[in-house]
Design a binder for this molecule. Structure first.
Ligand code: GLU
Length: 289
């Protein structure tokens, strides 16, 4: 675990798949403030989903953050430029015998879950959606090799239960909630490399927080469930565990959590309306409870 007394290294890690909104502004300001004057504030672009990322969203992120008065260290880490780091981590997990290729499509997974409807343990939902029913975990090596050789697309999944057997009880410190015990099994056999990308959010985020020396991860409480699996990956990959601060989410005009769908409140649109920074801060304060 990282020392609570050292000057914190924090980060803001948006995905350039849309324009930032007030909730992102809150999150970025929170991360920068948590770095305090002695700490460091980093920016990371989580752009592994290349099909959904667009250069104009990335440009807007820089403009939005500068408009908010934030300064971040350069160079900015762009995940799409570091696929080798994630491949290396996958290699380590593979050597531990903890990965398997999964050829299933979403529709096949759904069908399998419905067919197993009489077995309630197979219907669980995890933080990322339905828990994978384990279909491909039973394939023989010969079968795996044949399908890969035939050019079938595959994802790589973690054998979560096997992984857990070797690590004992895992905990992390959440500076708001206190000591937390990790329950990564809620994810089932989580995807660590997607069919179209040699990583997933969970793997890239965990590797990068360590590679960038982040000591305090600040992010919205909607992402808190992910920390359960990130903590397991840290244990398996021998990475340090930062402290976490899962902050509250802003509420939108309808009283619901803010989301990218609230396009009228993108930071870009507020900039274009010539809002002063102070008004953004007031708006954020009004939307925190
Ligand atoms: N790219 C993720 C998001 O925008 C970041 C989550 C995190 O901070 O770990 O939700």
């Amino acid at each position: 675990m990282t020392s609570p007394n050292a000057a914190p290294v924090t980060r803001f890690a948006p995905s350039p798949t849309g324009y930032l909104h007030l909730g992102h502004a809150f999150s970025a300001l929170d991360a920068a403030a948590a770095a305090t004057e002695r700490g460091r504030f980093l920016l990371r672009l989580e752009d592994t989903d290349q099909g959904r990322c667009r250069p104009e969203f990335e440009d807007a992120i820089y403009e939005d953050l500068a408009w908010l008065g934030l300064a971040w260290e350069t160079p900015v880490r762009r995940q799409s430029e570091h696929f080798d780091d994630y491949r290396r981590a996958l290699g380590t997990l593979d050597q531990l015998g903890l990965l398997y290729p999964c050829f299933c499509t979403r529709a096949e997974i759904q069908r399998e879950i419905e067919n197993a409807a009489s077995a309630p343990h197979n219907q669980l939902r995890g933080p990322d959606g339905p828990v994978y029913p384990g279909t491909c975990s039973h394939l023989t090596k010969t079968e795996q090799d044949r399908r890969i050789g035939d050019g079938e697309p595959y994802a790589l999944r973690l054998r979560t239960h096997t992984a857990l057997e070797g690590v004992g009880t895992l905990t992390w410190t959440d500076v708001i909630r206190g000591e937390m015990t990790a329950t990564p099994e809620i994810f089932g056999d989580v995807v660590l490399a997607r069919k179209d990308t040699p990583t997933s959010y969970h793997l890239a985020c965990t590797c990068d927080d360590a590679l960038q020396g982040v000591t305090l991860v600040t992010r919205g409480e909607d992402v808190l469930p992910s920390t359960h699996i990130h903590r397991l990956l840290q244990a398996l990959l021998n990475l340090p565990t930062p402290r976490y601060r899962h902050h509250q989410l802003l509420t939108g005009p309808d009283g619901k959590k803010f989301s990218k769908r609230d396009q009228s409140m993108t930071l870009k649109s507020l900039r274009e309306l010539d809002w002063p920074r102070e008004r953004v801060l007031v708006e954020i304060r009004n939307r925190t409870t």
